[in-house]
Design a binder for this molecule. Structure first.
Ligand code: SF4
Length: 306
């Protein structure tokens, strides 16, 4: 698959909700690429693939999928935030996808709030009518100080506006939330603010990931100067508990099964909230930081082979 995904280097990734979707390269890297904690795009400079390049990947993927028993029904546009592309470009890509995979029912991608807000309602509706949905928004935290510290480039208000807009237009989306992003200073604040913020909305899935210190991320400098103090393993779980306590969702999957998380947890909210809290309490009772040290050591290695 190097001929298709090789340019992404060691960190090819798609939204967790799209793990079984066919990934079609559309952009390389992220158009923002300034978040302190992120080194997912490594040395990749942001680049939009030309339509001809995308077409050649689609043709190759068509060839590779020719013997599949079931048709390709779900596609994810790959890259840090392919939704930053303008609407005509996205429509051209969708047309190409549908020409070669006519049974596609949903086309998804990672998106930043500003990518959503840059598009008019009419554009978003046009994309929706062309099968774009299940967007994956990197919300990360409901606290502005944390977003600003990490140079996220969007505010809580913008994240709120993007989610409100998608819901108003009935476009499905999931959110990424990052445990530990506030470090020791803002751990509790992040959990309560994020829980309260998400409770105003109705994402299909809340995908929980845990902060990993990437060795080349700018955050490392802040760790060295003690401007950022990373949580200990059990503190991630305490933050998760507080977040869950503050979540009052109507119909959302709580997915904490990402490999960066110490405790693997998944359930439906609100139905499973008490059960999930009980699982967390049991975990906290039977583990201490020493037990979890090995897991922490391997987080980085596990990421690098994703
Ligand atoms: S927006 Fe996402 S992909 Fe881009 S730099 Fe920030 S965390 Fe990384």
């Amino acid at each position: 698959m190097d001929d298709i995904y090789g340019e992404y280097g060691g960190y090819f990734y798609v939204p967790m909700t799209q793990a079984f979707s066919l990934a079609i390269p559309v952009t390389i890297g992220c158009s923002w690429n300034k978040c302190l904690y992120c080194d997912l795009n490594h040395d990749n400079k942001f680049r939009k693939l030309a339509l001809e390049e995308i077409k050649s990947h689609i043709l190759r993927l068509k060839e590779l999928n020719a013997s599949r028993r079931s048709p390709v029904e779900k596609v994810v546009l790959a890259g840090g935030n392919p939704f930053c592309l303008d609407t005509p470009s996205l429509i051209n890509i969708i047309k190409l996808v549908k020409e070669h995979f006519p049974e596609v029912k949903n086309i998804s991608s990672f998106a930043r709030a500003d990518d959503v807000l840059r598009k008019s309602d009419d554009e978003l509706l046009e994309l929706k009518s062309n099968s774009m949905g299940e967007l994956s928004l990197g919300i990360e935290s409901g606290n502005d100080e944390i977003l600003a510290f990490h140079n996220k480039g969007v505010t809580v208000e913008e994240n709120n506006k993007a989610m409100a807009k998608l819901e108003e237009l009935n476009i499905g989306y999931s959110t990424y939330i990052m445990l530990g992003l506030g470090g020791k200073t803002w751990s509790k604040k992040s959990a309560t603010d994020t829980g309260k913020m998400l409770s105003n909305f109705n994402p299909q899935v809340i995908t929980l990931v845990s902060l990993v210190l990437f060795k080349d991320a700018k955050l490392i400098e802040k760790v060295k100067t003690r401007e950022f103090i990373k949580l200990k393993p059990l503190e991630y779980i305490l933050e998760e508990r507080l977040l869950l306590e503050n979540l009052n969702m109507r119909n959302t999957i709580f997915n904490g099964t990402h490999k960066t998380n110490t405790l693997i947890l998944k359930g439906k909210l609100p139905e499973h909230k008490e059960l999930l809290l009980k699982r967390i309490d049991e975990f906290l009772e039977s583990n201490d930081d020493r037990d979890l040290r090995d897991f922490e050591k391997h987080k980085w290695r596990r990421w690098s082979i994703e």
